[in-house]
Design a protein around this ligand. Sequence first.
Ligand code: FE2
Ligand code: FE2
Length: 144
Amino acid sequence: MSFIEWNEQLVTGIDDFDHDHRQLVGLLNKAYDDFILGTPNENVADILNEMIHYAGHHFAAEENWMLQNGYPGLAEHRREHENFCTSVLELQDGYNLGKEHISLEVLQFLKTWIRKHLLESDADYSLFNKTVVLKNTVCGATRP
Ligand SMILES: [Fe+2]
Ligand SMILES: [Fe+2]
């Protein structure tokens, strides 16, 4: 069983973002599996760093989409992304300086944040996309 199980509830219906989310979940699952198998800390940290780097690009893409589509929850959503980045940078500082080891708590924090963010905040723009954005398009073009 995976650390984060992928299921239909996590699907936004926006292909690029679903692809990103699968990548993020996949990387976290890999970090967890390696951690459990006793892989050296630096290697787990490398996977987490890759995941965090990927998350940064993904957040920017989501925020751009929100801006382009007039999503009313952009400011709040952006704050959530920023809070995540702040927490992660603190964690990274900790393990890069050797103060902390990667722990189950770190992995659990990432899991909880990602699941909650996908199921609540990202699900919210997914609903906006289905109920507002897609209604304003005809044959793939946006209505004026
Ligand atoms: Fe997302
Ligand atoms: Fe998001």
